[in-house]
Design a protein around this ligand. Structure first.
Ligand code: DQA
Length: 157
C-alpha cells in the first residue's frame, strides 16, 4: 500500500514535462498506408489518446515530409530548455540522411529513435540508421507502443 503511494507521487511529478514527437516522411499517412505493416491508428488519434492518458504531459507533435524541415525542427527544439527529450521517427530518412544524423549529433537533447515496424525484420536497407549512433536508444517493432515505451523512459529516468 505504502509502496503504491510512493510510486504514484513519483510518476505525477515526472509527468509534468514537455516531450517532442518528431515524425518524418509518410508518417502522416499512418492509419491508411500499408496497414499490415504500420497499423490502422492515425497519429491524430494516437496523440489525442496520449493527451488523455497523460494530462500533465505536454506533447509537441511535429511531422514533415521534408528533410530540411525536420532538421529545422530539431534545431528549434534544441533552443527550448524545458524539453526533456525527443522521440524521433525519421521514416525512410533514418536510412539515408547523413544530414539528419548530423543534426541529432549536433543538438544537446536526448533523442530516442522510434519505428512502428521492426526494421530488422524487413529489407536490408532498413537496417542501416544514420541517426542511431547519436540516439540514447532505439525502439522498433511495437507499433504505436514504440512511442509509449520511449515516453515511459523519459518519465522514469
Ligand atoms: C518506419 C520504418 C522505415 O523504414 C520506413 O521508411 C517508414 C516507417 C517505421 O516507423 O516503421 O516510413 O520508420
Amino acid at each position: 500500500m505504502a509502496m503504491v503511494q510512493i510510486l504514484h507521487s513519483f510518476s505525477i511529478k515526472k509527468l509534468e514535462m514537455k516531450i517532442a514527437i518528431v515524425n518524418g516522411p509518410n508518417l502522416n499517412l499512418t492509419g491508411h498506408r500499408e496497414v499490415d505493416v504500420y497499423g490502422t491508428q492515425s497519429f491524430e488519434s494516437f496523440v489525442a489518446e496520449l493527451d488523455q492518458t497523460y494530462p500533465k504531459l505536454e506533447i509537441i507533435y511535429l511531422q514533415s515530409n521534408v528533410e530540411g524541415e525536420l532538421i529545422n525542427f530539431l534545431h528549434q527544439l534544441n533552443e527550448q530548455p524545458d524539453i526533456e527529450g525527443i522521440l524521433l521517427n525519421a521514416g525512410a530518412y533514418t536510412h539515408t540522411s547523413i544530414a539528419l544524423g548530423d543534426a541529432v549529433a549536433g543538438i544537446g537533447k536526448s533523442v530516442i529513435e522510434i519505428h512502428l515496424s521492426n526494421v530488422f525484420k524487413r529489407e536490408g536497407f532498413r537496417q542501416i540508421s544514420y541517426i542511431a549512433p547519436s540516439c540514447i536508444g532505439s525502439i522498433s517493432g511495437f507499433g504505436m507502443k514504440s512511442y509509449k515505451l520511449g515516453l515511459e523512459y523519459f518519465m522514469n529516468r
